[in-house]
Write a protein that binds this ligand. Structure first.
Ligand code: HEC
Length: 281
């Protein structure tokens, strides 16, 4: 069974070499993004680019209709509400997240991940939240703890709904981090020897077992997702799941490899509107 699926994916990858070469040969993030979009839109001329923000649902009208129905009364509202309480609860010193993040924490999520020149590394939105905590004498939250950081960001990202993704890659150090993330995205790994790109570029729109595979463009704007109702999944949590799917050892969430991957991966969605806390099949 498994073997059949893999064979199906491999045979679907005829264009692989060309596409990977085209994307990796260029050094400009904007060019990378445009080329990846061209790859998808040439292959699927009937799927509108603006619908890529719905992930795999863009390729499946029935599932999209189910999604719309569920989103009328999202089953995960109580989790987002718990995140709102966390967001509004002042630190022991009386300060709040809103008082220490730029613009009161509103309409900023699309600027992350960003490259912090002073620190010499990529900073994710979760890092910014933790910096805010530690600067105010609170302990950092574990980035992979869905009950704390997960719920908090599920709410916090709703404050940026509609903002256009705006990840900037400026200067040689930022470019090096971007290139490192890109390398991770295109490197084959695990016992199954798959790269992120093998599935989310070459096989986007193709069914793996019962699941349609989504395109990488549009991924980073709709986070977190709730699968199976109220099972909260953040972006790096999902990366980890995908690493494990190909039986690769996942790099730690919040570490440099994951953050650089998120930096590259998020820039692919530049210009697309953000929508936090969504349902995913
Ligand atoms: C063997 C194929 C495969 C590989 C390799 C793979 N994924 Fe996935 N990925 C899936 C499937 C299947 C899903 C669930 C269906 C969907 O939404 O695409 C998924 C879902 C996702 C999602 C959530 C999409 C959404 O809209 O909810 C993200 C983000 C993602 N993968 C990123 C990655 C990254 C980054 C890598 C590389 C570390 C990777 N994937 C490697 C198959 C794969």
């Amino acid at each position: 069974m498994k073997q059949q699926i893999i064979m199906k994916l491999l045979t679907g990858m005829a264009g692989l070499g060309i596409a990977l070469g085209a994307v990796t040969a260029h050094a400009s993030p904007e060019k990378d993004r445009q080329e990846m979009i061209k790859y998808y839109t040439d292959k699927y001329p009937n799927v509108k680019l603006e619908d890529y923000v719905y992930g795999a649902l863009a390729f499946d009208a029935d599932s999209k209709a189910q999604y719309d129905a569920i989103m009328e009364f999202p089953p995960f509202d109580s989790q987002v509400e718990a995140g709102r309480k966390m967001w509004e609860t002042p630190f022991k010193n009386g300060k709040t997240y809103a008082s220490c993040l730029p613009n009161g924490g509103k309409q900023i999520a699309g600027n992350y991940p960003m490259f912090d020149e002073a620190k010499g590394k990529v900073v994710t939105l979760q890092d910014a939240i933790n910096d805010c905590r530690t600067a105010n004498g609170e302990e950092a939250l574990k980035v992979n703890d869905m009950k704390t950081m997960g719920q908090l960001t599920a709410y916090m990202r709703t404050l940026s709904d509609g903002m256009l993704m705006n990840v900037k890659v400026e200067g040689p150090k930022a470019m090096a981090a971007y290139t490192d993330g890109k390398k991770t995205f295109f490197s084959r790994k695990g016992q199954l020897n798959f790269a992120c790109a093998s599935c989310h570029v070459q096989n986007a729109g193709v069914r793996l077992r019962s699941e349609l595979i989504s395109p990488a463009v549009g991924h980073a704007v709709h986070w977190p997702v709730f699968r199976g109702g109220d099972n909260l999944v953040t972006l790096q949590q999902r990366y980890q799941g995908c690493f494990q799917q190909v039986r690769a050892v996942s790099p730690p969430q919040g570490g440099t490899t994951m953050n650089n991957l998120e930096y590259f991966h998020s820039s692919l969605s530049n210009g697309m509107p953000m929508k936090a806390s969504v349902f995913s099949k």
